[in-house]
Design a protein around this ligand. Structure first.
Ligand SMILES: NC(=O)c1ccc[n+]([C@@H]2O[C@H](COP(=O)([O-])OP(=O)(O)OC[C@H]3O[C@@H](n4cnc5c(N)ncnc54)[C@H](O)[C@@H]3O)[C@@H](O)[C@H]2O)c1
Length: 345
């Protein structure tokens, strides 16, 4: 078992790797705690937290909305929560994002913690203090920066994850490696079979090393004024794809990373060999590299992306594997790259 700490401007978050869900009671008071659980996770693992008051949430982007937030507020009100109450989210990124937002706003903020149950949530969504919901079809438009008190990663929970959810998680792992850890990237190039099989040593290394990149960046720039934008590698284009094609998050950012790598290469920032290594790793993890899509709809969604500043968008490009840079670009700069890689209709 390994522990890490993320020191935010207001709070410190303890990250426990390899701890078990069954030991949750060692870290919070059962009487004071309300669990917000993914309904699938509740069905699979509910016995391990049956002593807690529990609110179930369907993990679907369609429900990551203020309507769901409202329903949870109603439940909090009927449970008569007060400032000594504690909230624990048990689920993937959707449930953690919603629960963190609800906890941060009810009674002007209750303390909370996460037990992330997907690989994506363990390596990314549960750590860093971004909590929020979608609004009018735009991803995570409403939210807060607020750190959980702790994040408990139980690797055993990942064993029931469907194959496509493992792949989704690995998209974020690959992203983290590309931004800040060339040796993790090399490990993924040779160790992908063990990693996908969730071999114990592999998963501990992958989660630890990915989170190390994220923790380092978040500690430097908690509220995303500069350095933290690098964590959006593949996401600006990926979010537009998610919105217009219905691809899952990891699949969409896989294509977003290919776009970023190709644009980096086209601008002379990234060598051909690195570009090929990136597409090879994404392919080995079963992630998509191309998609049939309506190019105009995707570019239009990009124009409306909340990260847009004037006519330019902040795009994360690569200078090498393990080294990213945020560059303002025009949407038009993407057209050629998108034409090349897309099986456009
Ligand atoms: N806050 C952040 O910094 C941050 C970072 C990255 C992504 N996100 C957000 O995370 C969300 C995606 O998260 P996700 O990929 O975890 O998706 P998710 O929460 O939808 O979970 C994926 C699926 O796996 C199921 N599931 C969860 N745990 C399981 C388990 N142990 N066994 C079997 N099935 C299980 C869920 O019911 C769901 O069907 C997006 O909304 C994205 O915006 C947030």
């Amino acid at each position: 078992m390994r522990h890490m700490t993320l020191t935010g401007s207001k709070d410190t978050c303890k990250i426990m790797l390899g701890e078990s869900l069954g030991s949750l009671g060692d870290f919070c008071d059962k009487e004071k705690t309300v669990v917000i659980a993914d309904s699938t996770v509740w069905r699979l693992y509910g016995k391990q937290f049956s002593e807690y008051k529990t609110i179930k949430v369907n993990a679907n982007e369609r429900y990551k909305t203020l309507e769901t937030v409202n329903i949870i507020y109603e439940n909090f009100s009927s449970y008569e929560l007060d400032r000594s109450s504690f909230i624990v989210a048990i689920g993937g990124g959707i449930v953690c994002d919603i629960a963190g937002f609800v906890a941060s706003t009810y009674l002007r903020g209750l303390p909370f913690a996460f037990v992330p149950t997907t690989l994506l949530a363990q390596v990314d969504a549960s750590v860093g203090g971004k909590n929020g919901v979608n609004f009018k079809g735009y991803k995570n438009l409403i939210g807060v920066f607020n750190q959980p008190q702790f994040v408990l990663c139980d690797f055993e929970l990942l064993k029931t994850l469907p194959e496509e959810e493992r792949r989704n998680g690995y998209a974020e792992v690959i992203k983290q490696a590309l931004i800040g850890d060339a040796s993790l990237f090399s490990y993924l190039e040779t160790g992908y079979e063990k990693a996908l099989a969730l071999d114990n040593d592999a998963i501990e290394k992958v989660v630890h090393d990915s989170l190390s990149v994220k923790v380092r960046i978040v500690e430097e720039d908690e509220t995303e004024q500069g350095e933290r934008r690098k964590l959006n590698l593949g996401h600006t284009f990926g979010h537009a794809l998610e919105k217009t094609t219905g691809l899952r998050h990891g699949e969409a950012i896989s294509i977003g990373m290919v776009v970023a790598a190709r644009l980096s290469h086209a601008r002379g920032m990234l060598g051909k060999e690195d570009l090929e290594r990136i597409t090879a790793v994404l392919g080995n993890f079963g992630l998509p590299l191309t998609i049939r899509m309506d190019k105009e709809a995707v570019l239009d969604a990009l124009r409306k992306d909340k990260k847009r500043a004037d006519r330019e968008i902040n795009f994360v490009l690569l200078e090498a594997i393990g080294n990213a840079r945020v560059v303002p670009i025009q949407i038009e700069d993407l057209e050629g790259v998108v034409d090349d890689l897309c099986d456009c209709s």
